[in-house]
Design a binder for this molecule. Structure first.
Ligand SMILES: *Cc1c(COP(=O)(O)O)cnc(C)c1O
Length: 301
């Protein structure tokens, strides 16, 4: 099983930050486990527990061909002695060739590729009912672990943050991790989230609705690099340079975009001086498989 004692904070010694008395630490959730990576573990742990508590022997979840969540679920279910089913958004060349899906299968997850139309019904009660019948009533975890249990589990990440932290930053997909942490953090500590998909500003309303009691948070949606999982040569160069300088591997889908954005804000003096910033490495390194030939470091595990 996963133990959380691998997690630590590494400090980024950047001269520009030091000049302005900004301490920048990275909470290394990527060190948790090579497959059950980063924030995905935190969102899964309460779901796995609920599956057990409710007497299920299997879990079912959803993801695309390179989904960090899908492979983390496969590994976490296996470790917990639960069978796992994955509904894959398919009819795309990637689903046949994806190393991520192969790893899911190797971990014993049974995959079913469905059309985009079917996949888009993944939150429909009638469709979930149908999947329940088909797979023997597994415990259903929504895509990305985006439910109440997921948010509760993600909230425990706040426990790793030093008490004098003034700003927490992280990459955003569904916003589940961001909301979970926000709910468990002192209101005096600010939060800045970086959506990694194009048009991420739509998350503003969604997150506000999930956090009726919370303030002191903001989104910075400019650093999407063309869209979810899109990248350009500059981003790849940044990942390699960052690794050479700090010996921290970033993933191109989430953490690299967030880190690029954060360092750009720092250079533009848009980050508060005299602050203690913790940026969260949410893991996801397995996703680098699809660009592994372009990276100067190897994949975990
Ligand atoms: C899934 C993922 C996220 C996004 O998490 P949400 O809770 O969906 O916002 C961020 N970083 C990495 C590395 C991820 O795999």
């Amino acid at each position: 099983m996963v133990t959380e004692d691998q997690v630590r904070i590494d400090y980024i010694n950047d001269p520009e930050l030091q000049r302005r008395d900004i301490r920048l630490g990275m909470l290394r959730l990527d060190l948790l486990h090579p497959v059950i990576s980063g924030n995905k573990w935190f969102k899964l742990k309460e779901n796995i527990k609920a599956a057990h508590d409710q007497g299920h022997t299997a879990v079912l979840t959803f993801g695309g061909a390179w989904s960090n969540h899908l492979v983390a679920t496969a590994a976490a279910a296996r470790a917990a002695g639960l069978q796992a089913f994955g509904v894959v958004r398919g009819l795309h060349a990637d689903t046949a060739t994806s190393d991520t899906l192969q790893q899911c299968r190797d971990l014993g997850m049974q995959l079913q590729t469905v059309s985009r139309e079917a996949y888009n019904r993944k939150e429909d009660a009638a469709y979930l009912e149908q999947l329940g019948l088909q797979f023997g009533h597994p415990y259903i975890i929504p895509e990305g672990g985006n439910n109440e249990a997921g948010m509760r589990g993600a909230g425990t990440i706040a426990g790793f943050l030093p008490g004098d932290t003034t700003l927490v930053t992280l990459a955003i997909g569904t916003g589940t991790t961001f909301c979970g942490i926000r709910q468990n953090l002192a209101q005096s500590c600010a939060m800045l989230g970086f959506p990694v998909m194009k048009g991420g500003d739509y998350l503003q309303g969604e997150i506000a609705a999930r956090l009726p009691q919370s303030a002191n948070w903001q989104l910075e949606a400019r650093y999407h690099f063309g869209g979810f999982a899109r990248h350009n040569p500059e981003l790849i160069t940044f990942i390699n340079d960052f690794y050479r300088q700090y010996h921290i591997p970033l993933d191109f889908v989430y953490t690299a975009k967030m880190m690029w954005g954060l360092l750009e804000l720092a250079r533009n003096k848009e980050l508060p001086a005299h602050s203690h910033i913790i940026t969260i490495h949410t893991g996801g390194l397995q996703g680098n498989r699809s660009i592994k030939d372009q990276l100067c470091f190897s994949l975990p595990g």
